[in-house]
Write a protein that binds this ligand. Structure first.
Ligand code: IVH
Length: 657
């Protein structure tokens, strides 16, 4: 049933149930499978993210070579292609299929008797890399085809891609955590597919369109269109934007329409693929060593414009990072006006030799983010000025330091008003504490009027103070006051995100909230305990530890607590599992360290399903602490309190006895 809803949601984009109902069904399944592992099937939706991270991708030989396509860049090149095939086939009666050329990564997927068994990259066309586990994380891919009589072997070819929105989100998170950005959705998709740990791939929300067949036994088709309809009926995601045409003029019209409309699509395309429909005609035309002679890719011209770089502005971010932004003479690129572009950092400006006053080439990375490709050297007048990162912060005049080996320069003044301003904006933002009415102008005034010095001060503002804000009458002050009070009740994950701990984006904050019951609980977590959590690496763990070590941060947290901001939560899984035995009734378990055979939530669910309680902190009331590898402070605490400590194996024995 879940597979059906998955299909409605991810392939058809027409869900029949709400997200909450879906989550409920999923939770139910997890519980059933935890209690009865023998019922787990390979196509179960719980099996999308499985397996251990590997060291490398195994080579896979393709059963049928994965070819690429010849390109055409103009109508006349398309016409030349058409004339050639007409000549070779001795007829002008050729049906063509036009498809979008999605810009992603080519993959081959093998289904045996309807079950997804393997996925591979193109590689050199003969041998690719085994990415079976990573492809499995793609939600729109059915792990079992919707076919009554599935063929023995069905190799499907398609393109794995990232939506523009997802690409932006990934880059936003990477920028927040100081990682290099992906240049476009294709690179981001390729990078995500090549993750050694499928759990990381799963967070990237990749998608796939299928557009053809590879090696197939047990089913036959007469033309390409028919094969696409078959793949669609099998539950695979075939683009809706495909068209059968009878002349090259019509095909060109399809190209023109999509060249114009490409910006409206939620994913990136770089052209149109035109294929001869009939298999008989395809066979007559044959292949070259690299590409079929019955298909051609019409490539859209890259949209680049030139404009003048008026200035390089510096912006001080929440972490003190001083980032340069190009101020441009406004120009329309890929459907929208561009007047600013990020320059990332000083090295990037040097590498591209970009100078203030230059005429520069502008494009949109992945059709989304404006960037400067290069200066037009021939247009230089000699009056252009090179850029140098200032030694003083443009906001507070404090020292700007660029640690050796790092690309980012930072203002080191903890009280820099620009940093505090950004922190306040972040804290109140929708994804964080969601304080409606506390936007840029209000934050600026509260800081300028010295009504707040840090984020905790927001909760000590009274209505009279709020009335001092420009254009604020009674009603606005009331509303903001109420919004501030309301925000005290936000879930733990929101608060953790709002605190602005470096490398803790919205997603990581949720992971943390799933593993800890309170801010205090997280603050006292050891490095080892943190890195034992999937998705929390050493860099994030170190950043969390050092955030809570900092006295100023401790003081802010204390102030938040005193003001009544909710700092804890009920454990998420608690109560959601209805016990099916009462073997562990009344017993409380705490897990610490990395378990090798179960995930922490699986182990907790087992406890729940047997009537026990899983807690995240050790107290005298704890009955068992289950210690995995590199246990953290909970282990020490259990020892101190004399709580019984057992290994993962002992735990498994206990629950299976
Ligand atoms: S057909 C033998 N159709 O474009 C036919 N390719 O060099 C080979 N691509 O990376 C491909 N959308 O993955 C075909 N609708 C489409 C496509 C498509 C994107 C990619 C393909 C490969 C490149 C062709």
């Amino acid at each position: 049933m879940l597979n059906y809803h998955n299909y409605r949601y991810y392939v058809l984009d027409a869900p029949e149930i709400s997200d909450a109902e879906y989550d409920e069904l999923m939770q139910e399944l997890i519980e059933i499978e935890a209690a009865h592992p023998e019922l787990i099937t390979p196509d179960s939706p719980t099996q999308r993210v499985g397996g251990e991270p590997s060291d490398a991708f195994k080579p896979v030989k393709h059963r049928a070579k994965m070819l690429s396509l010849a390109n055409a860049f103009s109508f006349s090149e398309l016409t030349a292609f058409f004339n050639r095939i007409c000549g070779e086939l001795g007829t002008k009666q050729i049906e063509l299929v036009c498809e979008l050329k999605v810009d992603g990564v080519a993959v081959s997927l093998v289904f045996e008797h309807g079950m997804y068994v393997s996925g591979a990259t193109r590689g050199d066309g003969e041998v690719g890399e085994d990415i079976t586990a990573n492809v499995k994380t793609i939600q729109s891919l059915p792990l079992r085809l919707f076919l009554e009589a599935a063929p023995d072997i069905l190799e499907v070819r398609g393109e794995v891609y990232l939506s523009k929105k997802q690409f932006e989100q990934i880059n936003k998170e990477r920028a927040e955590s100081g990682q290099p950005l992906f240049a476009n959705p294709r690179n981001a998709a390729a990078g995500s597919l090549r993750q050694l740990d499928p759990k990381v791939t799963a967070t990237r929300n990749l998608d796939i369109f299928v557009y053809g067949l590879g090696y197939v036994t047990g089913v036959e088709f007469t033309d390409h269109w028919q094969s696409l309809q078959y793949l669609k009926a099998a539950g695979l995601k075939v683009s809706d934007h495909i068209k059968k045409v009878k002349s090259i003029d019509e095909a060109y019209e399809f190209c023109e329409v999509w060249q114009e409309k490409r910006h409206l699509l939620p994913f990136e395309i770089d052209g149109v693929v035109i294929k001869v429909n009939s298999y008989e005609q395809q066979k007559k035309l044959g292949l070259t060593s690299k590409a079929p002679r019955w298909a051609i890719a019409y490539k859209f011209p890259a949209e680049q414009k030139t404009t003048k770089l008026i200035d390089i502005e510096l912006n001080v971010g929440r972490t003190g990072a001083v980032t340069p932004t190009a101020v441009l003479e406004p120009v329309v690129v890929a459907g929208s006006t561009v007047s600013r572009a990020t320059l990332h950092n000083e090295d990037e400006i040097k590498r591209k030799d970009i100078r203030i006053g230059d005429i520069v080439i502008v494009q949109k990375a992945g059709d989304v983010i404006p960037e400067i490709v290069a200066p037009v050297i021939s247009k230089r007048t000699g009056k252009e000025k090179s850029f140098k990162m200032p030694k003083k912060c443009p906001s507070c005049g404090g020292e700007v330091v660029r640690p050796r080996g790092e690309a980012v320069a930072r203002c080191v003044n903890m009280n820099c008003p620009a940093v505090i301003y950004e922190r306040v904006i972040h804290f109140a933002s929708r994804q964080a504490m969601d304080i409606e009415g506390l936007g840029e102008s209000v934050a600026r005034q509260l800081l300028d009027k010295k009504m707040i010095k840090d984020v905790a001060d927001i909760y000590y503002l009274n209505k009279d103070q709020l009335l001092e804000i420009e254009h604020f009458a009674d009603k606005a002050a009331d509303n903001l006051y109420l919004a501030i009070q309301k925000s005290k009740e936000r879930p733990l994950s929101r608060l953790l995100f709002a605190l602005g701990i470096r490398y803790v984006g919205a997603h990581v904050a949720e992971v943390l909230a799933d593993n800890f019951t309170s801010v205090n609980d997280l603050a006292s977590a050891s490095f080892d305990e943190l890195v034992a959590i999937p998705e929390i690496g050493p860099r994030i763990a170190e950043s969390i530890n050092s955030f809570f070590r900092e006295e100023r941060n401790q003081a802010v947290i204390k102030k938040l607590l005193d003001a009544g901001v909710k700092m804890e939560q009920e454990k998420k899984v608690e109560g959601e599992v209805s016990p099916n035995t009462s073997k562990l009734k009344g017993l409380t378990f705490v897990f610490t360290g990395a378990l090798s055979q179960l995930t922490r939530s699986e182990a907790e669910n087992i406890v729940k399903s047997m009537g026990g309680r899983a807690s995240s902190s050790v107290s005298k009331k704890t009955d068992y602490v289950v210690a995995g590898e590199s246990p953290g402070s909970k282990y020490d605490k259990a020892k101190e309190l004399g709580v019984k400590i057992i290994s993962e194996d002992e735990f498994k024995r206990l629950v299976s006895e």
